[in-house]
Design a protein around this ligand. Structure first.
Ligand SMILES: Nc1ncnc2c1ncn2[C@@H]1O[C@H](COP(=O)(O)OP(=O)(O)OP(=O)(O)O)[C@@H](O)[C@H]1O
Ligand SMILES: [Mg+2]
Length: 269
């Protein structure tokens, strides 16, 4: 087996609950440096919660998160700035500030971390907007952009601090196939040209197999399968293969049949 590069981020036996709901139930994973790891899994299985732990936006009930040689899950909020500067995060909801221009959105992390003069900041914002092909939108408001353009602006913001690691939470969801592919190409370009370690959560299988060096399948708060992309396609594990084929499992289908069997008056009550 080829030797894995050292991990940029590791999590060990991560547990997280929200009240009675167990979102993570003992997740142990390594994210190899300079590689792109894709995290797959059904809605609600804990993918976004896992990503948030990697930048300590969520704290585990039990377990550890390591970035390089530093344990970060127990750091105080005021000590996290130096870690968060090194990790870009493209949130699932895009989360642009609608009242700020595109350039102020992208430059926000620079201001937040007190980096550069006004002129330096403008240069850096222009450079990353150029990388995502949107320099001409510099002065526009996010409300005037298409969904795909908003994602690309959010991506520009995620990389403006020259991070070593970028976390992408569903970067292509809701985009047409061509725009999705533009995002895939950007993920590949950042990984190849800048050596960025990428962690991509996605439901988009075409995107997953295009960008992944390493794959993880989660299910009900646990890691179901981890490894190179090709063995994933061939997996005979019913949960993995049904997910990859987009097939519902028998319990999910039985649930729909139960709903259909109810009289209309009850269904709409
Ligand atoms: N802040 C929170 N408070 C309460 N429950 C939460 C919170 N964040 C996540 N959860 C719950 O934890 C579980 C895992 O959520 P998570 O957002 O990680 O799912 P996901 O795998 O990213 O799903 P999707 O593919 O739909 O984005 C879900 O049941 C969700 O409702
Ligand atoms: Mg999610």
């Amino acid at each position: 087996m080829p030797e894995q590069p050292p991990a940029a981020i590791r999590v060990r036996d991560l547990h997280k609950s929200f009240g009675a709901l167990k979102a993570l139930r003992g997740v142990t994973l390594s994210f190899p440096r300079g590689q792109t790891t894709v995290v797959l899994g059904p809605s609600g299985c804990g993918k976004s919660v896992l990503l948030k732990h990697l930048v300590a936006l969520e704290r585990p009930r039990k377990g550890e998160v390591w970035f390089d040689d530093q344990r970060i899950d127990q750091l105080r909020e005021c000590d996290l700035g130096s870690v968060r500067r090194r990790i870009g995060f493209l949130f699932q909801q895009g989360a642009l500030f609608d009242s700020l221009t595109v350039s102020d959105n992208v430059g926000f992390p620079l201001v937040e971390h007190g980096i550069g003069s006004t002129a330096d900041r403008e240069q850096r914002v222009r450079r990353v907007l150029r990388m995502v092909g949107l320099e001409e939108k510099y002065r526009q408001m996010p409300g005037d952009l298409s969904g795909g353009q908003r994602k690309r602006v959010a991506l520009a913001r995620a990389i403006v601090l020259d991070p070593e690691v970028v976390l992408y939470d569903e970067p292509t969801t809701g985009l047409d196939p061509i725009t999705s592919d533009v995002i895939n190409e950007l993920i590949l370009k950042l990984a190849d040209e800048l050596g960025i370690t990428s962690i991509v959560v996605t439901h988009d299988l075409a995107s997953a197999f295009k960008v992944a060096d390493h794959m993880v399948m989660m299910h009900e708060g646990k890691v179901k399968l981890e490894g190179a992309p090709e063995p994933f396609r061939a997996s005979e594990d019913p949960i993995v293969s049904r997910f990859l084929k987009g097939e519902a499992n028998p319990e999910e289908l039985a649930e729909i049949e139960r709903v259909q069997a109810q009289p209309r008056a009850i269904r709409s009550a």
